[in-house]
Design a protein around this ligand. Sequence first.
Ligand SMILES: O=C(O)CCC(=O)C(=O)O
Ligand SMILES: [Fe+2]
Length: 219
Amino acid sequence: MEEELLPNENTLANLTGDFFDSLAFQGYALVKDFLTPEEVQGLQKGIFAQYEQGLLDKAGIGKDGEHHVNKQVRGDLIQWIDSSVDMKELLPVQEKLKALRERLNRECFLSLKEVEMHFAMYPEGTFYKRHKDQFKQDDHRKITFICYLNPYWEAMYGGALQLYLPQKDGTEQTIQVLPEAGKLICFRSDLLEHEVLPTNRQRYSLTGWFLDQLKEVYL
Ligand SMILES: O=C(O)CCC(=O)C(=O)O
Ligand SMILES: [Fe+2]
């Protein structure tokens, strides 16, 4: 019975109760080895091929009518993952993310129904200034997730994700997360401001959001 409900459970053995407690109580959670080295390598190769073919676009800010590119705010190149992206390396990762969504629903009492995601490549010298991921006119993004795809990274390369954590006493704390291969970070899209500090190496990731509605319902 349980197995039927949890077909992907075995692939998420490294996500313990602590991961979900941290997301529920601190607004964010991290795990170092969400993706295997093979999965990282497959995706990295895949994105690089897309990049070489010119399929990555300058990322914009704002939604729909307000959407525009502003390199003073963000300088990454992205490719949205939809049915036009034909990359077999994505399939096991999409399965894992589906299992993650199911676990989040169970362990954090959420009702996440959908995912949207894109590959991102930050060329040298680029960044993404402090922001929140939820749009003003659309609050369906509930949980942000980022899988990092950089096999070798050092603090001196820059490019850390900096999270701003509001404290009970009204102050804020910051933490920095290096974009190291296989690492997953999840955080509350409605709550946590964050930024990508300037990177001095090409920086690869898979970034997405779990939504509380099916996309067709509100697009
Ligand atoms: O890549 C990261 O660490 C964060 C990216 C981000 O904040 C975004 O795409 O909204
Ligand atoms: Fe963001």
